[in-house]
Design a protein around this ligand. Structure first.
Ligand SMILES: C[S@@+](CC[C@H](N)C(=O)[O-])C[C@H]1O[C@@H](n2cnc3c(N)ncnc32)[C@H](O)[C@@H]1O
Length: 268
């Protein structure tokens, strides 16, 4: 499989942690997604002594929750930018600055590896999955979550649909995000030899000034200058979508969250 070359990397300019409201964006994202994440991980079964890796941990909400679920184990929370990760949040939580594309990972180490809203933004996602699989212990579980663009085509509001498409195409052109990739879940895990694979999809309503509306409003605001470069014809839709997202009675469906998981059944 070839890896596409892109002009820049996540966080260098696009989706930069230096953007003034990036923490609020990540907190809103967590408010939208954490309930589904924690329910899914709980249903898949967590053991108190597990060694866990949280990749691209962002504001750290999942890593902190996980640490509470594995009191006799540990959680390693990694990110290219760890400014919002608080190691003191739990005694068994460690934080490490780590690039999942460039930096090595120990092999056969983790009982659970979880990455949410990270791999879709990395053109090297296939080699990253291979690296994550090698880092699983025998019996270990890999859980990947990704935004998925397939609900956008049927959005009920044309301006909102066009603004969401502008996010998708601008992220693809700048950092190589592929929001269509998770439509094939769980195939990427099957292809890497994981067993007991499956997937599910969650589509939260965006609107009523809820966390999803705030998150997409922040994302549109941050990306607006880059959308202006790549698809200037979408700017009227972007501005209309920003107005809609601030209304108490606007609702539509934005990107879905697709989740897939699989288990390493190799004996070593
Ligand atoms: C959209 S945020 C998601 C944050 C968190 N996982 C969540 O769902 O709330 C993506 C995160 O991945 C991190 N990230 C991006 N590229 C990365 C890489 N190559 N290695 C590790 N983390 C990366 C970003 O810094 C950011 O914190």
């Amino acid at each position: 499989m070839t890896t596409m070359t892109v002009p820049e990397r996540y966080g260098e300019s696009v989706l930069s942690p230096n953007w003034h409201a990036e923490l609020e964006r990540l907190i809103a994202m967590a408010e939208v997604a954490d309930r589904t994440t924690t329910r899914t991980l709980h249903e898949l079964g967590l053991r108190p002594d597990w060694q866990c890796l949280e990749v691209g941990a962002g504001a750290g909400t999942v890593a902190t929750w996980l640490a509470g679920q594995v009191p006799d184990g540990s959680v390693l929370a990694t990110d290219i930018d760890t400014r919002w990760l608080e190691p003191a949040a739990a005694p068994n939580l460690r934080v490490s600055k780590h690039d999942i594309v460039l930096d090595p990972l120990p092999v056969s180490t983790f009982d659970l590896i979880h990455a949410r809203f990270v791999l879709e933004h990395l053109p090297e996602r296939d080699t990253v999955i291979a690296k994550l699989c090698r880092s699983l212990r025998p019996g270990g579980l890999l859980v990947i979550e990704s935004i998925a663009s397939f609900p956008i085509a049927s959005c009920a509001t044309p301006a909102f649909r066009d603004a969401m498409h502008a996010i998708e195409s601008t992220l693809a052109a700048t950092i190589g995000t592929d929001a269509a990739w998770p439509r094939a879940f769980p195939a990427p895990l099957q292809q890497h030899g994981l067993a007991q694979v499956s997937a599910s999809v969650h589509i939260p309503a965006t609107g009523g000034r809820n966390a999803s509306a705030r998150c997409w409003s922040h994302t549109l605001t941050q990306l607006r200058p880059r959308i202006a470069e790549h698809t200037p014809q979408a700017l009227p839709a972007v501005d209309e979508a920003l107005r809609l997202l601030d209304l108490p009675d606007f609702f539509d469906l934005a990107f879905a969250t697709a989740i897939c998981w699989g288990r390493n059944i190799k004996t070593q």
